[in-house]
Ligand binder design. Sequence first.
Ligand SMILES: [Zn+2]
Length: 342
Amino acid sequence: MTSIPLSLSSTMSFLSRSTAAAGLSSLTIGSHVTIFALHRPVSPEHDHRGLSPDFLRSALDRLKCSGYNFVSLEEVLTRPNQLPPKPVCLTMDDGFADQAELLAPVLAEYRTKTTFFLITGFIDRIDWPWDEKVAYLIKASTNSVLEGLEPYGLPEKVSIESANLRDSVRRLLQKKGKELPAEKISDLVETLAKACDVEVPALPPRGYEALTWDQARDLEKQGLRLAPHSVNHHITSRLSLDDARAQFAGSWKRLQEELENPAKIYCYPTGRLTDFGQEHEQALASMGYLGAVSFVSTPLRMRHMHAQRYRLPRIAFPNTLTAVFRYASWIEALRSFAQPVR
Ligand SMILES: [Zn+2]
């Protein structure tokens, strides 16, 4: 018999005992849906602390057994008043091959109707995301000290001797890159490549590859919804408005060319409130997009859906069952709705 960890077992029993409280809270705060965002699966080939497919399976299984219903983003946007009880919405970002190979089969098996946001230039093998290049260069470097990164806020000499140091340098540079105008990003990557004594491969190496359009078509047949996540993952607000519009139009065009029935919902790269603005929300609306997702980490309060339809909040899929249930249930909704809404 599998034993459930004490904390999970007590949380689940608390939640099931609290049905009346949940009903009462839904009267108080109104209905909500939690939109989760998944990233990469765990893998020895890249540096990310990823999601284990086994954990994903057990979380989906528990959600299903506890009466949660998986809904698509399109259902949230087009039929907000007809959602089933206890709705949960899943999304996944970027379009890496390992997401298609390791996580998508589990998402399809549980009929989650997950929306998978694709960086179309990455799938087209035109380029690969700059933040992944940063991760790759630091991982591939045999240097123990990096020099020449002062323009990016690092000391003259920075040690990357331990895994922890490598991880913190990667984070710092990725954070710095998010603040730069899009045209300065290639300078950062080149400077880092020089510091690491590693060349940037034109095509992503193993562990960093994109899925193929054939794989995307298979996923579509299995019930996943495919949607645009820019052409090249440049942060929307670091681009001119014309360039941002070109990302919205170009990524949608490629999905339409390659797939049967993509979902016209946009996912802003990185998606923090500083990464896009009202002018982008308006541009997406005028281009016929149904909605857009951000990375503002709260459940979606349904009464705010129309006001927030071009910046729907999403929560990173947690790595413990207790946290999955806390975020999916009314507990997190009640806590976060006490905060002011933008
Ligand atoms: Zn992304």
